[in-house]
Design a protein around this ligand. Structure first.
Ligand code: HDE
Length: 658
């Protein structure tokens, strides 16, 4: 059944196919090839309204990209509530089992421009607009649960540091440069986030396999007026999976749209991404009962201490029809809340509350962006706001002010009992100060907790990531400062990085004192084993017959046939040649053919080698043995390959160089 949002959007959709070409005024045109000229070789005439309209529109068709999160992709879907959560929030969309709310989710990278590659090392945005019956609720999160800074006033500084350097606009969509690491070294509050950023969380395999976090601390309020602090989580049903760094870099060249394509194709093919919405809750009375400040956005609430309660599931089941109208024009705002959801004094959140509308005013050209179809609530809205660029609503009558007698004071505020939003009446006292609470001062305990919670494989990846990123920093003194900072987390890690980046080992030999771990932050402790929607390349030639594709398709594996030429190859229709695709684009490969000529034999060997070095499963159905020392994830049968594919990566390959 078409949901309310889709019904609303349908009214705006236009199908131009097989229609007569017209101007924007609806005037039918007789041709579109030649401007109106005085003589075939003469000057173009100003009266050519068709030329003028077409060219003027073109000249103005770019808008500013988002200052951060410019590169993104989005999809429509539905959120279904698991039950009645009225004990903790009066939000209507969480009030009953099976209650369905239309949603629109946009995923993004943070640092890169609109045209940058998808697989760069970066945090990912995960923003969802719930079109609820009580108004739009936006959950604007990231795939990493903490942030680089504690106070919003530092956001412009942080973003300037990570963006390309201003004198030469280099490098694009990278944190591996001097200004980023200079910022990190001189702003130790960023240490915890930088540990996550150097982990594989920053190179997700897919937007479908990423957690989402609200990061900031919000408040849930129920109908009795009871409030609890809340942190939001999205848990992907497919589990959390990452690329390896070598793969991520190669994909950035082979298919810069890798994540965008993955999401789009999955939805087109019916592999709908699903995420469970969860919350962590802390009672008001427990606000000060933790050894971190629960308002500090550089801290997680370890799930072992504050468990996640699942409230419902989001399914993304429909691609956009028009990227600009929907994905580009969607405007999220952490201040778009519904009754039952409120704010805390988290200083990062407070600053965000200002920034989002402010940025839309320039990006979307004025105050009426809420009228754009993608942003419009599905419930009616009435107020005395009027006019402005691009106004579409035709408000009737003489009244556009409150209070009034002409319309008996309408539109009129309602009561809380009737569904009106009432801010939580928190009692706050204090002096006006430019200061930060002492309770925000510990920057290292949770950074070390994250490090201690990693498996050895993931620690190795973090060591390599620091060595790569800091190794790209030209200024020796910044490299030294980063190493010295890192010693607070782990002097052994800092010493290894120092050696790789050519600076002195840190003077500090003791890290911050903690042996706390949080297994929930580790994506490898309990990896989700599944073959669902994974993509596999099968190498075939004319002689490959009886290939058991049905066995693989029964496991919901997406197959692409790869050979040395396109078109038909024996019984197979070829999707790609060894030249038009790459092993980095697959989750595993099946070698069902080899090639005799040295050029193609070499290309195939390279294809298999890369798969091996990226720890991905290989099935060799041919007589030619593979030259590898470990057999982890290497099989000669399809049933074994299916098991290996479900395992995802085979880290036991000690000689692999990914
Ligand atoms: Fe944002 N952020 N942000 N942010 N943010 C924007 O709004 C800002 C922060 C996040 O797909 C901007 O419309 C400030 C944390 C996402 O359209 C801007 C601060 C988190 C998106 C802005 C933060 C986010 C944005 C740029 C520090 C994770 C993309 C364009 C106080 C919880 C939304 C825009 C989309 C976008 C401001 C920090 C997530 C400038 C001032 C922490 C997912 O308003």
């Amino acid at each position: 059944m078409t949901n309310k949002k889709q019904q609303q959007l349908n009214a705006y959709k236009v199908d131009d196919a097989n229609q007569t070409l017209t101007t924007n005024q609806g005037l039918a045109l007789t041709e579109d090839e030649h401007s109106l000229k005085l003589g075939e070789r003469g000057p173009t005439l100003l009266e050519d309204f068709h030329f003028r309209e077409k060219m003027t529109h073109f000249d103005h068709e770019r808008i500013p990209e988002r200052v951060v999160h410019a590169r993104g992709t989005a999809a429509h879907g539905v959120f279904e509530s698991y039950g009645d959560a009225s004990d903790i929030t009066k939000a209507d969309f969480l009030s009953a089992k099976g209650k369905v709310t239309p949603v629109f989710t946009r995923f993004s990278t943070v640092a890169g421009s609109r045209g940058s590659a998808d697989t760069v090392r970066d945090a990912r945005g995960f923003a969802t607009k719930f079109y609820t019956d009580e108004g739009n609720y936006d959950l604007v999160g990231n795939n990493i649960p903490v942030f680089f800074i504690q106070d919003a006033i530092k956001f412009p500084d942080f973003v300037h540091a990570v963006k390309p350097e201003p004198h030469n606009e280099i490098p694009q969509a990278q944190s591996a440069h001097d200004t980023f690491w200079d910022f990190i070294a001189n702003n130790p509050e960023s240490t915890h986030m930088v540990m996550w950023h150097m982990s594989d969380r920053s190179i997700p395999r897919s937007y479908r396999m990423m957690e989402g976090f609200g990061v900031n601390t919000y408040r849930f309020v129920n109908a009795k007026g009871e409030a609890r602090f809340v942190k939001f989580h999205w848990k992907p049903v497919l589990g959390v999976h990452s690329l390896v760094w070598d793969e991520a870099q190669k994909i950035a060249g082979k298919d810069p749209d890798f994540h965008r394509r993955d999401l789009y194709d999955a939805i087109e093919n019916g592999y709908y991404p699903e995420y469970e919405l969860g919350v962590q809750l802390i009672d008001e009375k427990d606000e000060f009962n933790f050894d971190f400040d629960i308002l500090d956005p550089t801290k997680i609430w370890p799930e072992e201490q504050v468990p996640v309660r699942l409230l419902g599931k989001m399914t993304l089941n429909q691609n956009v029809d028009n990227f600009f109208a929907e994905t580009e024009q969607v405007a999220f705002h952490v201040g778009h809340v519904v009754p039952g959801i409120d704010f805390s004094n988290d200083p990062l959140l407070q600053g965000r509350l200002f920034s989002y509308t402010d940025t839309q005013l320039i990006r979307l050209g004025g105050p009426n962006f809420h009228e754009l179809p993608i942003n419009k609530p599905v419930c009616p809205f009435h107020n005395n706001q009027r006019d402005g660029y691009g106004r579409q609503t035709i408000n009737k009558g003489p009244v556009s002010y409150h209070q009034n007698a002409i319309q008996q004071n309408s539109p009129a505020p309602t009561t809380e009992a009737a569904g009106g939003y009432a801010h939580y009446a928190e009692k706050v006292e204090g002096h006006k100060v430019r200061a930060r609470s002492q309770s925000f001062a510990d920057h290292f305990t949770q950074a070390r907790m994250f490090w201690l919670s990693m498996t050895e494989v993931k620690r190795e990846h973090i060591r390599k990531a620091f060595s790569f990123e800091v190794g790209k920093v030209a200024r020796t003194e910044i490299r030294q400062q980063v190493v010295d900072l890192l010693a607070n987390v782990c002097p052994i890690l800092a010493t290894a990085v120092a050696e790789n980046v050519g600076v002195q080992p840190p003077a500090k030999t003791e890290p911050v004192q903690t042996d706390q771990t949080s297994p929930a932050v580790s994506q490898l402790r309990a990896p989700k084993k599944t073959t669902y929607s994974k993509k596999v390349a099968v190498i075939v030639d004319d002689t490959t017959t009886d290939f058991p594709s049905s066995l693989l398709e029964a496991e919901d594996i997406q197959l692409e046939r790869v050979s040395i030429k396109q078109g038909k190859c024996g019984e197979h229709t070829i999707d790609h040649t060894l030249d038009t695709t790459s092993p980095v684009l697959y989750d595993g490969i099946i070698v069902a053919a080899t090639f005799n000529d040295p050029v193609n034999a070499g290309k195939l060997q390279q294809f298999i080698d890369e798969t091996y070095h990226h720890y991905k499963p290989i099935a060799n159905l041919t007589d030619k043995p593979l030259p590898y020392v470990t057999s982890a994830g290497i099989s000669s049968t399809i049933p074994q390959f299916i098991k290996d594919l479900a395992e995802t990566r085979h880290w036991a390959r000690k000689d692999a160089q990914g």
